[in-house]
Write a protein that binds this ligand. Structure first.
Ligand SMILES: Cc1cc2nc3c(=O)[nH]c(=O)nc-3n(C[C@H](O)[C@H](O)[C@H](O)COP(=O)(O)O)c2cc1C
Length: 194
């Protein structure tokens, strides 16, 4: 199996007063308990991205795409905004292209009754375009059943969901890391995108 997989957790909401940071922390605490993953966090609120997509990548954009490149897989923590995911997340995702290729992605979503399910369905389309392997099972949190500190009420069910999602992500992470080492991924065509 080789070295531990490097999994980058991307915190998608940058909203003032967001709950996304607390939910991401809850997830990261559980992911770290496994011991078989090296967990990094990329919090989009800590980046200062440009208002418009520039002709040349800014240092902040490069910092983000370099972190995406270094990872063996990703967990995207996303809220649901109007039946999709927030603009802050789309802005960041679009800065990278081949850095995403042939790696797995899992989701921790949250919203009201839908638990962020529509956001994840929209993200699956985007991540297919980016040649990633989006794992089947997600961790989906009902905000109407979360305490103020970000701790979910249906904790046992959600902790089991974390294990299931991370087991799938880990399987794909090792399989794809070995495959990328054995042969270059077909779509790894630098320069295909602006
Ligand atoms: C612009 C906007 C649109 C929203 N649309 C939805 C929605 O379609 N479905 C839903 O379940 N919750 C929706 N919500 C509620 C969010 O899920 C909730 O506010 C959540 O806390 C947002 O995540 P954040 O606090 O990490 O930014 C919306 C919130 C905002 C700010």
């Amino acid at each position: 199996m080789g070295a531990r997989l490097r999994i980058t957790v991307i915190v998608g909401s940058t909203r003032d007063g967001r709950v996304g940071d607390a939910i991401a922390q809850w997830f990261v605490d559980r992911a770290k308990q496994r011991g078989d993953l090296e967990i990094d966090v990329l919090d989009l609120a800590e980046f200062d991205f440009p208002d418009r997509y520039p002709e040349e990548a800014t240092p902040q954009m490069t910092m983000f795409t370099t972190a995406v490149d270094r990872a063996d897989g990703y967990v995207v923590v996303t809220p649901e905004y109007n039946r999709s995911f927030p603009a802050s997340l789309k802005q960041a995702i679009d800065y990278a292209y081949d850095e995403w290729h042939a790696k797995p992605v899992g989701f921790v979503s949250y919203g009201c009754r839908s638990r962020g399910h529509y956001a994840v369905e929209a993200l699956r389309v985007v991540f297919t375009e980016l040649h990633t392997m989006a794992v089947r099972d997600e961790v989906a949190i009902d905000l109407l059943a979360v305490r103020g500190d970000g701790t979910p009420r249906d904790r046992d069910v959600l902790e089991a969901a974390v294990t299931t999602m991370l087991d799938q992500l880990t399987w794909w992470g090792h399989a794809l890391r070995e495959a990328r080492a054995a042969r270059p991924y077909l779509a790894r065509t630098k320069g295909e995108r602006p």
